[in-house]
Each structure stands twice: as C-alpha cells, then as structure tokens.
Write a protein of this length. Structure first.
Length: 211
C-alpha cells in the first residue's frame, strides 16, 4: 500500500512541475518538424534522359543500271554492263549510267555520249558533257523495243582527245499484250431475195388507151 501511495505522489509531483513550467513560459522552443521532400528520379551524373528515336524518312535514290569510271589513263577506265528492265514491245525502257572520274588523273572533258541497240540509236534523255564534276554525273537514255526477244547494244562515251569507253547494253522484250483485240468485224449475213409485184391500177380507174 505504501508503494502505491508513493507512485501517486510521484505522478502528482510530475504533473505539478509541468503545470508550473507551462505557466512560467519556461518551455524551450518547439523543435522544427523536418519536412520530407519527395525524391526525384533525375540522375546526377549529367546524362540526359533518353528520348524515343524519331522516325526519319529518307528517300533512297534509285540505283543506277551501270557505272562508268573515267581515268586520265584511258586504259584504267572501266564500264559495267547495262542491264535494262524487262519490258514489252512498244513500251519504252529507261537506263541510267553513273559516271565518276579519277581524282588523281582527271580525264579529258566528255565530248559525246551515244547509244545504239539492234542498229537503232537510243534517245539520250539526260546527257553529261564537258568537265565531269568531282562527284560525278548521270546519263539517262530510253529505248523502245520493236520486236520480242533479247536485244543488245552499247553506250559509247567519247572524250575530247578522241578516246572512248564503251558499256554493253542487254535487255529483253515480251510480246505486246493482246487484251485489246479491237472492234469485232461482223460476219457475212444472208438475206432472202425480195420480189416486187407490178402495181395494179385501182378498179375505179379507167386504163388509158394508147393510140
């Protein structure tokens, strides 16, 4: 019983002390409550956050049908075969030849470009004459086959000093489409012969007498 009384006295003394301290303003300042900040995911190593790759649309230039390399020493010049796309008789086909030059031994100016297939001269749609630029130039020609089957020819490049470089041409043409047969000619028709009877005068008319 003595211990219980002692405990009550201790509690009462503590409460009294607290009340006295509060009344006298002796309590120290309330320590600031730390404010938590949200952590960010930004990396401190200076690297940028990777962004999705943007889709870049690039146009792939059409590859040329052949390449011709011109050198100041004509024996070092080269030309690949020109393989034209398959086509039909009467439909033109186009060929492109990329011409490049030696940077160490530039060739003489290009004077003329001519093409011939099966004895017929091809149409040069885009020429390349004079000094060939360092980045090259393109020669474009067209040919219209007149008969089916394989054909061949050559494209000849002539320099100002008279030297030439020749590129062989190969291709094939199919028969023209027969889907359009044109107007249909009607066949012969038989008709029954038409007979005509002499006209008879009306009954109320008197036939004229011939004198």
């Amino acid at each position: 019983m003595t211990s219980a009384t002692a405990r009550r006295l201790v509690v009462a003394a503590a409460l009294a002390a607290l009340a006295t301290t509060a009344a006298c303003g002796g309590g120290g300042p309330t320590p600031p409550v730390p404010i938590e900040t949200e952590s960010t995911d930004t990396e401190e190593n200076g690297s940028e956050t990777p962004t999705p790759d943007e889709t870049v649309t690039t146009s792939n230039p059409a590859e040329s049908d052949a390449d011709v390399f011109l050198d100041g020493d004509n024996e070092e010049s080269t030309a690949s075969d020109i393989k034209l796309s398959r086509t039909q008789v009467g439909e033109p086909v186009q060929g492109e030849v990329e011409i490049t030059v030696s940077q160490e031994r530039p060739p003489p100016p290009l004077q003329d470009v001519r093409g011939e297939i099966n004895g017929e001269e091809v149409e040069i749609a885009e020429g390349c004459q004079g000094e060939v630029p360092s980045d090259g130039c393109t020669v474009t020609f067209r040919y219209t086959p007149t008969e089916p089957g394989p054909y061949e020819g050559e494209l000849t490049l002539t320099m100002a000093d008279g030297s030439t470089v020749t590129a062989p041409i190969h291709g094939e043409a199919d028969e023209a489409s027969t889907s359009d047969t044109g107007p249909t000619t009607p066949g012969p028709t038989t008709s029954e012969p038409v007979t005509t009877e002499p006209e008879t005068p009306p009954e109320d008319e008197t036939p004229e007498l011939q004198t």
